[in-house]
Write a protein that binds this ligand. Structure first.
Ligand code: PGA
Length: 264
């Protein structure tokens, strides 16, 4: 069941949460470049126990999925439509993704919000569709610079999470990964300081504990995204509530991406 039942209480025992490093390739990499980048990833040993996810563009998902077979890498989509099928020219459904082996989807990235006008009511629908299709959702959110300047960043993040996710049943959170990505740090070379990231991640975890339970909050993986590079990953990942990263620019170079994976 996906929708929240207010009588539900969680009784699961605490288990360690997963560390994840996910590469969001955005609108980069044609077919040959996809293959080259995956070949590069194959050549570099993974020395950490972080789960590795790559998200190439739609057209190359199937080829990427075939190429990573036998490797410890999950292939994810960068977006999907909320409907199962129909007259939505140019769109891709959950069942299409599932049919080529894709079980993970990034939703709510700030570029989707800014350039494609995706709002939380739509994102809530997309989340529901993904979960109904047994997919894992990497749900992205984060404040803009003006929000931080006016000290509204906690409030903004609270709304972004609650509006899109707080209708869910506690059990649905097993398939939710959060990605806090302050918009001012994406692709800018500006990173939130490790302390700023930790402060927000701790706030997010507390927000989930208050709405659901300590158990749900302790188990949810919260990624940080925004100019994570090989030279800053280790310090950011060392923070107790930072469980990994969503990596844009640096995921397009195999050496840099694997250095970040191995920063754990
Ligand atoms: P960046 O992008 O690492 O290039 O800042 C992160 C993201 O948009 O997911």
């Amino acid at each position: 069941m996906i929708k929240k039942d207010i009588n539900t209480t969680t009784t699961n025992l605490y288990t360690m949460r997963k560390n994840i490093v996910a590469g969001n390739w955005k609108m980069n990499t044609d077919l040959a470049e996809t293959q080259d980048l995956i070949s590069g990833l194959k050549k570099i040993a993974k020395t950490s126990n972080a789960e590795v996810i790559i998200a190439p563009p739609f057209v190359n998902l199937y080829s990427a999925f075939e190429s990573v077979k036998g490797l410890d890498i999950t292939v994810a989509a960068q977006n999907m439509h909320q409907s199962d099928s129909g007259a939505f020219t140019g769109e891709i459904s959950a069942s299409m993704l599932k049919s080529i082996g894709i079980n993970t989807v990034i939703l709510g990235h700030s570029e989707r919000r800014a350039f494609f006008n995706e709002k939380e009511d739509l994102l809530a629908e997309k989340v529901n569709t993904a979960l109904e299709n047994d997919m894992t959702v990497i749900y992205c959110f984060g404040e803009e610079l003006k929000d931080r300047k006016f000290s509204e960043h906690f409030e903004v993040v609270h709304k972004q999470i609650s509006n899109a996710l707080f209708h869910l049943d506690a059990s649905a959170w097993e398939n939710i990964v959060l990605a806090y990505e302050p918009v001012w740090a994406i692709g800018t070379g500006e990173t939130a300081s490790p302390d700023q990231a930790q402060e927000m991640h701790a706030y997010i975890r507390k927000t989930i504990a208050d709405e659901y339970s300590e158990d749900v909050a302790e188990k949810v993986t919260i990624l940080y995204g925004g100019s994570v590079k090989p030279n800053n990953a280790e310090e950011i990942f060392s923070k107790p509530d930072v469980d990994g990263g969503l990596i844009g620019g640096a995921s397009l170079k195999a050496e840099d991406f694997m250095a970040i994976v191995n920063a754990f």
